[in-house]
Design a binder for this molecule. Sequence first.
Ligand SMILES: [Ca+2]
Length: 256
Amino acid sequence: MRKIEARFLLISLIMLGMLAIMPHVIAQTEEMFEFSHDENSEIEPYSNTWHAQTFTPQTSHDLTKIILHGKKYGNPTDFIVSIKETNIDGLPTGDDLVSKSILASSIPTEFGEITIVFDTQISLTAGTKYAIVFRCPDGDGLNKPSIQFYDLSAYPRGDWAESADSGATWTIDGVADFWFEEWGYAPATPSMGNTLFPFLPILGLALGISFVTLFFMIIAYVSNKQLIIPYEMIFIPLFCVISVCVSLLIIVIFGL
Ligand SMILES: [Ca+2]
């Protein structure tokens, strides 16, 4: 009996652990939000010449990284990518909301992806226009990044922008768009999964014990041996039923 009890306790704990971890794993899926995947031209942001691509998220989310398409000439230092708000004219404005400087070694020598992972995540609001600003203030004509864009409009919710005075003033090119991707995490929204979440561990434990008990009952029946079950175990299936009923009640009442 001691062996049997230890086994179903262990299996139940494993099931409980898996069910408790699962919602967190699902909630942490990083996804791509706004993007433009066309390119047929390149331009080099260096010295006082800065470039930007504005974009408007359709879904609020926490930004984690930006991917651009480009390469490097020579050995450019301090390639900086930041996110800024935009003003009423859709031009980059204000301080950086978040910024990251990447090493020249992170930039390929042939055209490819340049990934900029920010150290902190910022929240972007759906319907608000932001700007991805990129510059290489210490670069020169021989040491510079080159970023690819498409010279016909490829992205409808933002524009290609350029500054010749280190971001003091900007002009919009309403035709071109840079190749870009912006990635992040969607905020947790109420859903049936979230409503059930507080009940999942207890549901998992109850189901685990119930199934394992049933398994050993069948084994005991087949081998004609007696299996003594503590009377408290009749509450376990009851827990299951109560958990599911309460979850469904919350879903029906609050529409979550
Ligand atoms: Ca555009």
